[in-house]
Design a protein around this ligand. Structure first.
Ligand SMILES: C[S@@+](CC[C@H](N)C(=O)[O-])C[C@H]1O[C@@H](n2cnc3c(N)ncnc32)[C@H](O)[C@@H]1O
Ligand code: SF4
Ligand code: SF4
Length: 338
């Protein structure tokens, strides 16, 4: 009976009542409310090969995957409690041929939808009109530099002129369709090669009528730091000189002096449906479950999530299993000694 009930996803008030009864024995700190925001990655394929990004075949455990519209709908239908959907993670979302239909489906559910793109691809005017017609709310374009030479240090394979001409086409389409959305942003990840181009970027952004957002670069280490020397070398090569552009997540050892917020408020689903507890992970062996096989509640209140959360709460969890969070050095655990 319980097994049957656990397979229920929380679709109406009755399911909600059942779900509260089933999980009520758990301490409150281990069972946060269902999240309002999740990420679903439409694809982990990409047309660029940015060296600091995890979307590359050299990342251990990384397997490129394309999400089908059918599976996307199955996943979204299991999460009627959502308000925000992040349609990206480790790939180029617009490479998915069913991406527009995914956005449209998201909007039929009344959710806010956001995505990122490198915008470095040749498309006709109709394509940009279709982005607008899809109902997408916000679109962040990743452009890391104002000259081709420095931009392509990060954006390997990218074409800066093409990106700017696509933005102009997009703006033209928006004007023609008389639509305010999606709002467009220039997402600029600051590194050693482009930090002196920020002033120029502000000027170009003004001309293009888009808002500039500066992003901190993180040299990822698959959350644990076994290959420390390699990470140090990469950090030295990539990180900007100005301290204000360097994030604490690039320090060595436990970096942030508080509990991991991801485990209590967000899930990042990869294109194969695997539930990652944060967006830094790409290996399905680190997943907390799979939304194509499990209900959301089974994952969110499952053994792996409870074990991982218990690393950050006073409450111990009696059926503890080891997860990727045990090895993670990003946030302060109750066992960390500073
Ligand atoms: C992984 S990409 C996926 C979407 C799309 N392909 C793009 O590049 O915008 C999402 C965002 O993550 C950023 N990103 C990738 N690697 C990063 C890193 N090591 N540190 C900080 N941001 C990174 C990218 O610049 C981009 O803005
Ligand atoms: S374009 Fe985006 S997903 Fe692709 S490699 Fe670059 S940062 Fe990663
Ligand atoms: S503890 Fe680390 S691995 Fe686990 S969810 Fe948080 S950031 Fe990710």
């Amino acid at each position: 009976m319980i097994g049957y009930l656990l397979n229920l996803s929380y679709n109406n008030k009755f399911d909600f009542y059942i779900y509260k009864r089933i999980y009520s024995y758990l301490p409150k700190s281990l069972r946060p409310k269902l999240p309002k925001t999740v990420g679903i990655d439409p694809t982990t394929y990409c047309n660029l090969k940015c060296p600091p990004c995890m979307a590359c075949k050299d990342t251990p455990g990384f397997e490129p995957c394309m999400l089908s519209l059918e599976n996307f709908k199955i996943m979204l239908d299991k999460m009627p409690f959502l308000e925000v959907l992040l349609l990206f993670n480790w790939g180029e979302p617009f490479l998915n041929p069913q991406f527009f239909d995914m956005i449209k489906y998201t909007k039929t559910k009344g959710l806010y939808a956001l995505t990122y793109s490198n915008f470095s691809f040749k498309k006709d005017y109709e394509f940009f009109k279709n982005i607008i017609k899809s109902g997408l709310d916000d679109l962040l374009i990743s452009i890391d530099g104002t000259t081709q030479q420095n931009y392509e240090k990060f954006r390997k394979g990218g074409n800066l002129d093409l990106v700017f001409s696509n933005i102009k086409l997009f703006n033209k389409a928006k004007k023609e369709l008389k639509c305010k959305r999606p709002r467009l942003y220039w997402h600029f990840t600051v590194d050693k090669f482009n930090e002196h181009e920020i002033t120029q970027a502000k000027k170009i952004a003004k001309e293009l009528k888009i808002k500039l957002i500066l992003n901190h670069l993180i040299i990822y280490s698959k959350v644990n730091e076994t290959d420390l020397e390699e990470i140090k070398r990469k950090r030295k090569y990539w990180l900007p000189k100005k301290r204000k552009y360097i994030l604490k997540l690039n320090d060595v050892g436990p970096k942030l002096n508080y509990r991991c917020p991801n485990l209590f408020s967000l899930v990042c689903f990869d294109a194969a449906g695997y539930a990652m507890p944060c967006r830094f992970l790409t290996d399905k062996n680190d997943a907390m479950g799979n939304l194509l096989e499990n209900s959301f509640e089974e994952i969110w209140y499952g053994q792996k999530y409870l074990s991982s959360r218990s690393l950050f709460t006073k409450n111990k969890y009696s059926k503890k299993v080891e997860t990727v969070c045990d090895k993670c050095t990003m946030y302060k655990k109750r066992t960390n000694i500073f």
